[in-house]
Design a protein around this ligand. Structure first.
Ligand code: DAK
Length: 258
């Protein structure tokens, strides 16, 4: 796959998508978001890939939506063409696990994009922030909704209203990221995590992702019922037969193609 604003590589069953607009701190523009949607959809449909890693550069995951592109937009420009909605949220339709690996600045729309990943790991250089108020707008890709769910209302209000950036340690402490690594080890570590997941049955990984995401949209009772349906259905799958048989036979399970 060749893209103008992304770099792509694969390592076994893991695909790495790298945001790549180095001169603009990976500011997100229409072309990059269209390309990202295309790459994500292709890997989601590729039976050779089980897990996707989304990352940026050492300096920036992404420093927000491209302010130069937005500066002259009018309300009709954004409303009638569904700016953001039209191409920023493809990642939410991806059924395989997507891990975000953040180094450097992760601001505004960049932080919102990162929060659409299934989970985040960070380099110790990472800085997260929602500085949109400073450029005169509210966040438009979920910042006011996903951030309080991730780190608490108080922390989110603080970040959104003051534009204070939090570092990797605070991001881990508050639950925004799951693990922090030295910057020079980030990619090695995240690909290792992705490979570990890629050895699991991909169908079950997809089901778990679906269930966890439902936890945000359903009542607890409905969510547990939803999960239970997958659990029961699991007893009709080769993954369950192989996983449990391998355990009893004291061997490593082979979930290839499952
Ligand atoms: N957009 C465009 N260019 C950007 C950029 C951005 N968000 N961030 C950085 N750049 C560019 C800089 O302009 C500069 O370009 P040149 O001058 O070299 O041509 C280059 O990247 C390097 O940046 P700096 O020279 O500023 O580098 P520093 O190390 O000094 O500072 C920084 C790095 C990340 C702290 C700083 O660049 C910065 O504060 N950037 C802006 C961060 C920001 O405000 N992000 C939020 C953007 S607003 C909406 C939906 C969504 C959104 C809004 C509305 N609706 C549906 C209505 C989302 C909005 C946003 O994300």
């Amino acid at each position: 796959m060749q893209y103008a604003d992304l770099l792509i590589e694969t390592q076994g069953k893991v695909a790495v998508i790298r945001l790549n607009r180095p001169k603009a701190m990976n500011a997100l523009n229409d072309n990059m978001m269209n390309e990202l949607g295309d790459a994500l959809r292709k890997f989601d449909a590729d039976p050779a890939i089980n897990v996707i890693v989304l990352t940026g550069s050492e300096k920036a995951f992404a420093a927000g939506a491209d302010i130069a592109a937005m500066v002259n937009y009018s309300y009709p420009d954004t409303y009638t063409t569904d700016y953001i909605g039209r191409n920023w949220e493809h990642i939410l339709d991806i059924r395989k696990p997507v891990i975000g690996a953040v180094a450097g600045y992760c601001l505004g729309g960049g932080c919102e994009l990162a929060m659409m990943c299934d989970f985040l790991v960070a380099a110790d250089s990472a800085r997260f922030g929602q500085p949109e108020i400073k450029v005169g707008v509210t966040p438009g890709a979920g910042g006011t909704q996903r951030l309080p769910r991730a780190i608490s209302k108080s922390k989110a209000m603080d970040m959104l209203l003051t534009t204070r950036m939090i570092d990797a340690a605070e991001a881990e402490r508050t639950g925004l990221v799951s693990r922090v690594f030295p910057a020079d080890k980030l990619m090695e570590e995240v690909v290792g995590i992705a490979q570990q997941i890629a050895e699991m049955p991909v169908s079950v990984a997809m089901q778990i992702k679906d269930c966890v995401n439902k936890a945000y949209d359903m009542t607890l009772t409905d969510g547990v019922r939803y999960e239970r349906r997958y659990f029961h259905a699991g007893f009709g799958t080769p993954a369950q037969r192989e996983g449990m048989t391998a355990f009893l036979e004291k061997r490593k399970p082979n979930f290839e193609g499952l």
